[in-house]
Write a protein that binds this ligand. Structure first.
Ligand SMILES: *Cc1c(COP(=O)(O)O)cnc(C)c1O
Length: 389
């Protein structure tokens, strides 16, 4: 037997790293049913509560009636429909860039952008804590690949000095497991000194940061010269699915011509593009969701500090509670679950060894009362995971 899968799986189980898929039996929202149990969830990336919004659902339904369900073919053949085109124009306008290109997932958008821009003889520099899809994209590109210390402009500058060929600097806008922001002003100015391009994947910043939900670049007041390649995903605050790359006319045309993850795949459902047009409008115009979310974030951090939890330096709806040990993180998650609360334990290899955590995520759909329930449960459960496991 060449493939000893059973022992691989047994090893993973023994290391407290075995992953299970909770079965969701209701739509996304604060109150869910999972594996038959009614729970209050703090682990979805539906930050604005748009995944189950009635107007978004209606847009999907009328979109399907008008345009059908399937994309039918690649964008280059006959899959590029009017709703996709309209959504791209709206996303370009939203991001203040000449053009935007739609993808079916953020994973694919990242593979596409990096592999179309750099290859053998070039250099790609990434933050150590970047999302897995960005790291995979860097490896796949064939460019010289190096990771700089988290958010460290000096570490980036050292690597920029040794770079050859075209150089792409790639970072998450909001780090998905820590919730902190990329220190873009410093990173961008180092890149500019060396004529390197900066690519930001702002999967968690769009909708949650910036006055109009324009994400981390809006938050820092940066433009296309600072960040020529801007990626957003649609499955988080937008509440739908898919992703986009926004940038110059030439950048987008280059992706259309050369990016294999763009060319060799069927376009997303046109009905989904109709739904995203509606969620984009809600995300931009109804800023009360961001304001409510900010109040929840402030209250959570204040309450957590009172309990003595170790939080991370995060101004975003991602509020991890650092536990350290994987078994202890699982125990805290289980204790909360026994009290009717669902918060996921995040363990290596998703996060560095010894930094297992509970990844609390807040949503504009949560009420202040629901947040108090979480804080009360944490106050009871946290002492029980101190000391022995
Ligand atoms: C979720 C996420 C992705 C992947 O996006 P999908 O649309 O879910 O494939 C990419 N980058 C970051 C930073 C993410 O958090």
């Amino acid at each position: 037997m060449s493939f000893d899968l059973a022992s691989r799986l047994a090893e993973r189980r023994a290391a407290d790293l075995f992953r299970l898929r909770p079965l969701l039996q209701t739509p996304q929202g604060p109150l869910v049913q999972v594996d038959g149990q009614k729970l209050l969830a703090f682990c979805s990336n539906d930050y604005l509560g748009l995944a189950s919004h009635p107007e978004v659902i209606r847009a999907l339904r009328t979109g399907a009636e008008r345009w059908g369900v399937g994309g039918g073919a690649s964008h280059l053949v006959i899959g590029h429909g009017a709703p996709h085109h309209e959504l791209e124009q709206a996303l370009a306008e939203f991001t203040g860039r000449p053009r935007a290109l739609l993808f079916s997932t953020g994973y694919m958008a990242n593979l596409a952008a990096v592999t179309a821009l750099v290859g053998q003889g070039d250099t790609v520099l990434e933050d150590r804590l970047n999302h897995a899809s960005l790291l995979d994209a860097g490896l796949l590109s064939g460019a010289r690949f190096s990771r700089y210390l988290h958010n460290d402009a000096v570490s980036l500058a050292n690597r920029l000095r040794k770079a050859s060929g075209n150089c792409l600097v790639v970072t998450d806008g909001v780090f998905s497991m820590d919730g902190d922001l990329a220190e873009l002003p410093g990173l961008c100015s180092e890149a500019r000194l060396k004529d390197a391009w900066v690519m930001v994947d702002d999967a968690h910043g769009f909708g949650t940061l910036g006055a109009t939900g324009g994400g981390v670049v809006e938050h820092f007041g940066l433009g296309p010269d600072d960040v020529p390649v801007l990626v957003g995903t649609l499955g988080k605050a937008f509440g739908t699915a898919g992703a986009f790359v926004a940038g110059s006319e030439e950048l987008i045309e280059t992706l259309i011509q050369f990016a294999r993850p763009y060319i060799y795949t069927t376009s997303q459902s046109p009905a989904l593009a109709c739904a995203t047009l509606k969620s984009l409008q809600l995300l931009r115009d109804e800023s009360w969701r961001r304001e409510h979310l900010q109040r929840l974030i402030r209250r959570f951090r204040e309450g957590a500090a009172g309990i003595g939890l170790s939080l991370m330096d995060s101004p975003t709806p991602i509020q991890p509670i650092l536990v350290g040990d994987s078994a202890r993180a699982l125990k805290l998650s289980a204790l909360l679950r026994a009290r009717g609360l669902l918060v996921g334990a995040i363990r290596p290899p998703t996060v560095p060894a010894g930094s297992a955590r509970l990844r609390v995520t807040l949503s504009a759909a949560h009420s202040e009362e629901q947040l108090e329930q979480l804080l009360e449960a944490l106050a009871e459960c946290w002492p029980q995971v101190q000391g022995d496991v």
